[in-house]
Write a protein that binds this ligand. Sequence first.
Ligand SMILES: Cc1ncc(COP(=O)(O)O)c(C=O)c1O
Length: 386
Amino acid sequence: MYTIGEKEVQAVRKVLMRKKLFRYGVGTECERFEKRYAKFVGAKHVVQTASGTMALTAALVGLGVGPGDEVIVPACTYMATAISVLAAGAIPIIVDIDDTITIDPKAVEAAIGPRTKAVIPVHMWGLPCDMNAIMKIAKKRKLLVAEDACQSVGGAYKGKMLGAIGHAGAFSFNYYKNISAGEGGAFATNSKKAYERGSIMIDCFRFYWDGRDPDLEPFAANGARASEIAGAVLNVQFGRLPGLIKTMRAQKKRILEETADTALAPIRANSLDWECGTHVMYTLPTAAQADAFAKKINGTVASKTGRHVYTEWDPVLGHKGAHHPALDPFKLKENKDCRKKYTKKMCAKSLDILSRTVFFGTAPTLRASAVAALIKKIRKAAREVL
Ligand SMILES: Cc1ncc(COP(=O)(O)O)c(C=O)c1O
């Protein structure tokens, strides 16, 4: 979240004073947000959820992913990406990222096996994956694509909005995301069936409120309904989004342009003009240089965030796929032919790239003079380290 203020206070106040805090009904805040967001990303259906994790799970279940299936995920993402696969009853297959810090399409293709049903391209740190390559592979190899756009709300890839390029997409509105209601999420899809099945994951009695499709078979699922208060906050935050993205994209471009004559190598971008612009990243020749550079500019080494590298996903690597062994996807007989072997060294290429990559966040509230000071600091650090 980059900015929040009086407008959000007024919107929440209105909801509270109305004393109608339930999300269903005509003209509710959640309904309004879903319609606006669907139009914004260009998807037929958007369902607001309580979290990005549940949005991802709903997207996968919506697409029909379940026991017996493998789903390809990148080695660098928040653990929720892999957890959502397990929550759907399937098995995550972890593959390398490339020098774009997003999933390597070649690694995706190489990892496809007889049980592989889907891939989750994760648009990490506001950076779009190579969606043309991924969609091409998906078409050729009959894979479903569920985009994890949790960290890329408002971003696009070559003009197409992230989260609405694949068969389904998920977004997070938690505190750290581009727009926020403190917690929250949404999933998007053009498929009516995925929308209906995903909706049941979010609310088991959804059809009671919305009317029931005779073709839809209800099933048991936990709830993750969005709150009307979150809807109200998001409607205000949503209005701020295009301006925030525009400012951050411009700030990132300025920093890249004004450090282009240093020895620093920015990461390869899949779609620089359309990405969120939330993070500037450089990959250095060695991990030691990355450590030194990060220290000098108050940046972060990508391998050291403590939560975005597969080696840190203990429940996944340790095969603790559920709270009870009988529900654990790693132990289900339906998954006996799925590949489940993980080692800490399995994606050595990703570990190498991440240990040499330094990032820092752009900030829409930063004045031009502060950006100039930051650029000066980066240039000085580059001279000292490289
Ligand atoms: C890439 C990614 N996927 C999924 C999630 C899960 O979102 P949430 O925290 O809203 O459940 C996050 C949240 O940080 C994320 O960064």
